[in-house]
Each structure stands twice: as C-alpha cells, then as structure tokens.
Design a protein around this ligand. Structure first.
Ligand code: PLP
Length: 396
C-alpha cells in the first residue's frame, strides 16, 4: 500500500523513541534509569481526582462543545487573570487534548505552504515536525549555553524575511530550561512591533516550574496581544500528562480557526478531564508548588553531580525539569569498542553501558547537547549520574 506523502515530511518524536528503547531493555531484565522522561513522576493531586470521580457520578458523559465546556473556558480566563494578570474572554479560549494538540491546531490554522516559522534552538521536538506537516519552512535561530539559551533581538530581526509568518518558542524552555524575564521579552516585543504580520506562539506549559521567580508572558504587551497565541495545559504543572488537557488563549479569529480544525480531528478532550480541569485551574496551587520544591532539590542535586564530571558543560536550568549539557568534548572518543561520533552515539552508549536513557540534542536542533530529565526520584538521580560518570570516564 502506498502511504501518503505527509508521512515522509516529519519524524516520530525522538523522546518517545528513547522511552520505547528503555522499556524494551527493561523487559529484558535490565535495570534502566529513565532520564528521557518528559513528565512529573508525581501523582495527580487528590482534589482533582475527587472532582473527576464526581463528574463520572454526575454523568458528564456526553459529547462536549468542541472548544470545551463553558465553565472550563471561564476557569481558564480566571487562571489567566489570577496568575498572569491577563484579560481574556471565554470565546478566546479553546481547550484540547493537550498542549500538543493546541500547538498543532494553531500551527495548521496559521501556516501555509512555504511560509517561514522562526524557532529558537533548542526547541521542543514537536515544533519543527508540526511546521513540516503544515508545509511551512522551519527557520532555526541558534542560541548557546553562553547566551543562556536565549535569542537576542538582533538575532530575531536578522531571521525575519517577508515570508515570516510565525515565531514559536517556549518559556520556560524544554529542553534548555531557559526562562525569559520581562526585560528580555520587552526587547523581543520591540522587534515584533516593527513587523505587524508576524504571529507569536508562546508555549507556557512549564509556567509553574520556574526556579528564578515570577513567570512572564509575552502576552502582557497589550499592543501585541492581537497576534499572540498562548499555549498552556495541565500536564506538567498539575502532574496530569495522561488526562490530556491543553488550551490556547488567542484572538477570536484564531480561536475559531482552531475550533474548526479540532471539530474535524477530535471534537474535544474528554468530558471528565474537562470537569476535573475546572477544579485544577481554580483551586489552591499548593500541590503544584510542593512539586516544584521537590524539583528544586533535584535540580540542585543534579547540578552538583554533573559539575563533578569532566568534559560536560552545563547551564543551570531556570525552569522545567531538564538539563541540556554540551557533551561535544566526547565526540571522537572511544571505550575501545564504541566510538562516539555524535550525540546520538553518546545517548546509545549511555543506554547500553550505563543503562541510563536520555535524548539526543539533534532532536531539539542542537547536536552538541543531550537532554537529561530530573523528573525522577532522588535515589534514581544519584544512581544514574554515578553510572554516567563511570561510563564517560572510559571514553579516551
Ligand atoms: N510543549 C512543551 C514544551 C512540552 O515539553 C510538552 C510536553 O512534553 C508539550 C508542549 C505537550 O504537552 P501536553 O502533554 O499538554 O500535550
């Protein structure tokens, strides 16, 4: 059977590939420590689970409106006011089966054949692939460890052409952990003001997992708000990855376009998740902050352990739960059997020798780096970094 050409335009997520390889090794009885994970290892807070059980008992079991129940869209508006001091109306909110679907909806709603999408590196694996599905052209703007993995206004200006349609970024960033402050966003806003045709997708899914202070959204600049699409969701901040709830806050025209696409793809996310999400978004955030406290300890431990390994250069993440070190000093080295030519080779070496899974930097647009998660228990973090240190020491 000849499959459609769409399939040849994009790759399967590298993150999911690594998770699959570790599962296979584990099934063979190998004790693999998974540092490729992109989700909190905590359980969903009890009050959210109670709300879901109540929704089942109350028979919220039918199709829902495509953009979500009215009370859920209202709850998103409330959250945006409470946390971000942003004013949105329910008709500007579309909920979905996760931030991933929200991104897909928004990219398909905006990008046409050959239009350019500027994405600062490193970026979340799915961004570039969704742009390719939409037949857009990815324009990578490279950042570095030295620049704190943040794009400068000059870099942004230089990347803009008459074909630029969209700028797409995450803050806090997966995988680098970079968090843009208000001044840095203001500087980028200055460039966007000169180019009124460019839309901006601001992926804020790691909003609560921030180690340096208050989350800042680029949507705070009121004169740009009519072309900003905030993407957010419950997966990371509420430990609800499996529940599948994402949302956008966007100008009505874009919200309606996303609703139209979603109406043909999935209708909406499930009714029980929607009801539980109302509770998650409007209740006290204490459980989320408790998770962040634990991530803070793990981040500190991870940085402490990594700093003792020669050859690894690492940025102290300001948000999210990953480190994204430069490991290029190992390229060209060998343990006598395996030669490391690139970050993929090093990931596979660490998986097979140290039994630790990670994700190669190429998938995020930065081939000198590897992503390691610290969304794992403290004992596992200590075990993994002990093994990594030993395996890397064998490379000469
Ligand atoms: N955006 C970023 C930056 C992510 O890291 C992820 C998940 O890893 C998502 C979006 C997707 O989140 P969701 O589970 O809501 O689809």
């Amino acid at each position: 059977m000849q499959l459609s050409s769409i399939l040849s335009r994009f790759s399967e997520p590298e993150t999911l590939k690594m998770a699959k390889l570790s599962r296979e090794l584990r099934a063979q009885g190998v004790d693999v420590v998974d540092l490729s994970v992109g989700e909190p290892d905590f359980d969903t807070p009890d009050h959210i689970k109670v709300a879901a059980k109540k929704a089942i008992d109350e028979n919220w079991s039918h199709y829902t409106p495509v953009p979500g129940y009215p009370d859920l869209r209202q709850a998103v508006c409330q959250k945006l006011k409470r946390d971000n001091n942003l004013d949105y109306k329910p008709e500007e909110i579309v909920t979905s089966t996760g931030a991933k679907q929200s991104l897909a909806n928004a990219i398909l709603a905006l990008v046409d054949d050959g239009e350019e999408v500027i994405i600062p590196t490193p970026y979340w694996v799915t961004y570039s692939e969704l742009v390719k599905i939409a037949r857009g052209k990815v324009v990578e703007v490279h950042t570095s460890l030295e620049s704190g993995f943040k794009i400068t206004p000059d870099q942004l200006e230089a990347a803009i052409t008459p074909k630029t349609k969209l700028f797409l970024f995450s803050s806090p960033c997966n995988p680098s952990g970079a968090v843009y402050g208000k001044k840095e966003l203001e500087a980028l806003a200055g460039v966007f003001r000169k180019h009124p045709g460019i839309a901006i997708i601001s992926d804020e899914i790691y909003e609560y997992i921030n180690y340096i202070g208050k989350h800042e959204s680029i949507a705070q600049f009121a004169d740009l708000k009519d072309r900003i699409i905030i993407v957010n969701g419950l997966s990371k901040g509420f430990a609800m990855t499996g529940w599948r709830l994402g949302y956008i806050a966007a100008p009505v025209e874009i919200a309606k376009a996303c609703e139209k696409l979603q109406g043909q793809f999935t209708s909406a996310t499930n009714s029980i998740t929607q009801k539980a999400a109302v509770t998650a978004l409007t209740a006290d955030l204490k459980p989320s902050y408790a998770m962040v406290e634990e991530f803070t300890r793990r981040r500190q431990k991870t940085m402490e352990l990594v700093s003792k390994i020669p050859g690894i250069k690492c940025f102290n993440p300001e948000g999210a739960f990953y480190i994204f070190p430069d490991i290029s000093s190992f390229f060209g080295k060998s343990d006598g059997t395996t030669t490391i030519r690139n970050s993929n080779d090093l990931c596979m070496y660490l998986l097979n020798t140290a039994h630790v899974s990670s994700v190669m930097g190429d998938a995020f647009g930065e081939p000198h780096c590897i992503r390691f998660s610290f969304a794992n228990s403290m004992p596992n973090i200590e075990k993994a970094w002990g093994r990594i240190k030993e395996a890397l020491a064998k490379l000469k």
